[in-house]
Design a binder for this molecule. Structure first.
Ligand code: BDR
Ligand code: CA
Length: 310
């Protein structure tokens, strides 16, 4: 099985991504590292533990990382995710412990101790923890098998500002470190995730699983999709972060192109924009596989099947 570290700021869609990973025997979750993002760190690390317990996996190691971005004030997204970050279901307070080790140390130590090229990083939030790990120990870079991340946007534009997607906007300096690292990157931008819409029929399929996980997922999605339905007039909301895990399980569901991605870190107008050289008009090196299309029916079928195993 493939070893992954999930770096996350749950978030209902982060939660579904974690459930998808825990429901899939092809993946071994060696740790979950929490970062400040959708809500402050105290809530994201707690939410990560709530989800592990929901999945019946209190053995998963959850670590807390950065409380704020590298250089900017933390921007959160309670208007999307609710005050707790995980509004919707009534999940019990977690009883499994938070690990004492700092998440950044865990990432560095795991990469230095495990055989080179065996660990995949799955960032689902701002890239602060990943950048801090790369800054602390640059020798981890060539040891990372791949980074598969949710962030950015191009043809779709942004969802925080006209130019920027939330995860990149919150910590553009960290994203810049990651995109310049030379590590193989697969990127799931809004262009993909806005094609992975929940819809009432799809949410119902989770509820019809008749399990605690199925019911909680339906309740999370019903809360989560309201924001996008009102804002974009869509039927359903975009299931951003599970695209990352789905790619590890079934890469053939996605279509994209290798190109250069550079992050804007200075302009106030376009701060956090991912400048994607889709047409290859610059001489800049191709540093990421940028996805643009998804087989969304197969994606939802995969989600229902795997969450049904929990
Ligand atoms: C991203 O921002 C967060 O609100 C979601 O969890 C997702 O990771 C989408 O822009
Ligand atoms: Ca997220």
């Amino acid at each position: 099985s493939r070893k992954i570290i999930i770096d996350t700021d749950p978030g209902q869609d982060d939660a579904v991504a974690i459930l998808l990973a825990l429901g899939s025997s092809e993946l071994e979750v060696v740790g979950i590292t929490a970062v400040a993002g959708n809500v402050p760190l105290k809530l994201t690390e707690k939410n990560a533990r709530k989800i592990c317990e929901l999945a019946g996996r209190p053995d998963i190691k959850v670590y807390a990382g950065a409380i704020r971005p590298l250089a900017r004030e933390l921007v959160t997204a309670e208007e999307v995710h609710g005050k707790t970050g995980l509004n919707g279901p009534q999940l019990p307070e977690p009883t499994m412990p938070l690990q004492e080790k700092y998440a950044v140390d865990f990432i560095v130590e795991t990469l230095m101790n495990e055989p080179s090229g065996t660990i995949t990083l799955c960032p689902l939030g701002p890239l602060t923890n990943i950048a801090l790990a790369l800054i602390r120990e640059p020798r981890i870079a060539p040891r990372i098998k791949e980074i598969v991340l949710m962030g950015g946007g191009f043809f779709e534009g942004g969802n925080v500002t006209p130019a920027a997607e939330f995860n990149i906007y919150v910590d553009p300096q960290a994203a810049d470190v990651v995109f310049k690292s030379g590590i193989p990157i697969v990127m799931m931008p809004l262009d993909v995730t806005h094609k992975a819409l929940t819809t009432a029929r799809r949410t119902k399929a989770f509820r019809e699983l008749g399990t605690r996980v199925g019911t909680a997922t339906a309740e999370m999605l019903e809360f989560f999709e309201r924001f996008d339905e009102e804002k974009y007039g869509t039927d359903g909301g975009p299931l951003h972060d599970p695209c990352v895990i789905a790619y590890l399980l079934k890469p053939e569901l996605f279509r994209g192109r290798r190109c250069n991605v550079s992050v804007e870190t200075t302009s106030e107008l376009t701060m956090g924009m991912t400048v994607i050289d889709w047409w290859g008009v610059s001489r800049r090196e191709k540093n990421a596989m940028v996805m643009r299309d998804i087989d969304h029916d197969a994606f939802f079928a995969l989600l229902v099947e795997r969450l049904g195993r929990l």
